[in-house]
Design a protein around this ligand. Structure first.
Ligand SMILES: Cc1cc2nc3c(=O)[nH]c(=O)nc-3n(C[C@H](O)[C@H](O)[C@H](O)COP(=O)(O)OP(=O)(O)OC[C@H]3O[C@@H](n4cnc5c(N)ncnc54)[C@H](O)[C@@H]3O)c2cc1C
Length: 365
């Protein structure tokens, strides 16, 4: 099911089948001056991205899958086909079934069609990098940038270990220190102004080596390196498995959460590069673990549990993206409480009484 069924350029939306991948969609849209903004890096299917509630690098500006799906069609376990909403930009008609289905991880129905919100390709795009003396300083620059209302399109953190990995994998020579990688969208004058404003904030936070480019080849090289960060991280410890975990906290708690994670990793002697979509308060640790060593596996699981609890205690979530799946099912109740679990279980049983769709996922049967 990989057909693009409609592109309604005047309304800035498109209707697609779930097997369309985001790169195929954006290639198809190129001549319309529009693009689909959600970019998790991987060339995932739109259906999979909807089912997992994906986001990624530019959610800070354009939102997540939850913000960019206007309506969808799904087949319920009963065989009934439902349409969750019209193509209108907003609606107050009934329950928000679209958002119920987005992020439901295949537990409620099979999505067969999606109406997506599209955005205008910006007139100008620029990318910037800036190094910092610590992740705390970098996070503080992010906090001020967001509080200041600077409309960054992407603002990504790489800790020093991740920069080392990216340099080796993507043949770059970035300074091996915590790094912020940014993108600005707007008019020619607008992107220059935004970059300059960020440069001033960064400098106040101890940032050094601020560079800014509008050249497409340079921007693409930087973002390709960011998108390859996972593969680069794996190369730091050949033979190890990468256990990736992400949390998301209110942006004001970002520096505290990332710093605490780094301290704990260092004191446990664990190798785990950190990258983050930090404009949203979201970051990932890639724990490089020898899966033949049970002590290391236990240590990694302890760390993941500790980090989830820390994020929840800061008013955050155990998963900003990637979803609950099976691995994080035990944290869902801790985050939302028993009332929300009872409500989710009632929804699951009401729609899927025989438990035939992804039973056990998200802790729901
Ligand atoms: C290197 C890498 C980096 C990534 N970085 C990010 C990131 O930064 N941010 C982020 O959010 N994600 C990230 N991801 C995860 C990525 O977004 C997900 O893999 C993707 O959203 C799932 O799409 P898929 O096509 O792989 O789906 P699948 O793996 O096929 O499916 C995922 C889930 O969705 C369900 N599903 C799939 N299609 C449907 C459908 N039509 N109807 C109902 N349920 C369905 C499946 O049952 C399954 O539970 C990354 C992945 C990789 C490999």
């Amino acid at each position: 099911m990989n057909a693009i069924l409609q592109v309604n350029a005047e309304d800035m939306d498109a209707v697609v089948q779930p097997g369309v991948t985001r790169k195929a969609l954006n290639t198809h849209l190129r001549d319309t001056g529009l693009f689909f903004s959600v970019d998790p890096g991987a060339d995932a299917s739109i259906g999979g991205m909807a089912a997992t509630g994906a986001s990624g690098t530019n959610a800070v500006r354009y939102g997540t899958m939850k913000d960019n799906i206007l309506a969808l069609k799904a087949v319920l376990p009963s065989g009934e086909v439902v349409t969750t909403a019209a193509r209108a930009r907003k609606s107050s008609a009934g329950y928000d079934l679209t958002r119920l289905m987005v992020g439901s991880e295949g537990t409620l129905g099979l999505i067969t069609e999606l109406t997506l919100r599209l955005r205008g390709i910006p007139e100008a795009v620029s990318a910037a990098t800036c190094s910092f003396p610590s992740v705390e300083a970098a996070c503080n620059a992010v906090i001020v940038t967001i509080q200041y209302g600077l409309p960054v399109a992407r603002i990504e953190l790489l800790d020093a270990l991740q920069v080392r990995a990216v340099n080796a994998y993507s043949k770059l020579s970035l300074p091996e220190a915590p790094l912020l990688l940014l993108e600005f969208h707007g008019s020619e004058a607008g992107v220059a102004e935004q970059a300059q404003a960020f440069g001033e904030i960064a400098s106040d936070m101890g940032g050094t080596g601020f560079t800014f480019t509008t050249r497409e080849e340079d921007r693409n090289a930087l973002w390709q390196a960011r998108h390859d960060a996972y593969w680069a991280g794996l190369q730091l410890r050949p033979g190890a498995k990468g256990l990736s975990t992400d949390v998301c906290v209110p942006v004001s708690r970002l520096a505290d959460c990332v710093t605490a994670a780094q301290d704990r990793l260092a004191s446990a002697g664990m190798m785990a590069p950190i990258v983050g979509h930090v404009g949203d308060g979201n970051f990932h640790c890639l724990l490089l673990v020898d899966m033949d060593n049970h002590a290391e596996i236990d240590q990694a699981e302890d760390f993941i549990g500790w980090l989830n609890d820390l994020a929840i205690s800061m008013g955050g979530t155990c998963t900003g993206e990637h979803g609950i799946g099976q691995g994080k099912a035990k944290y869902l109740e801790r985050e939302l409480g028993p009332g929300a679990m009872t409500m989710m279980q009632a929804i699951k049983r009401g729609i899927d009484p025989l438990g035939i769709l992804n039973p056990g996922k998200m802790g729901l049967t």
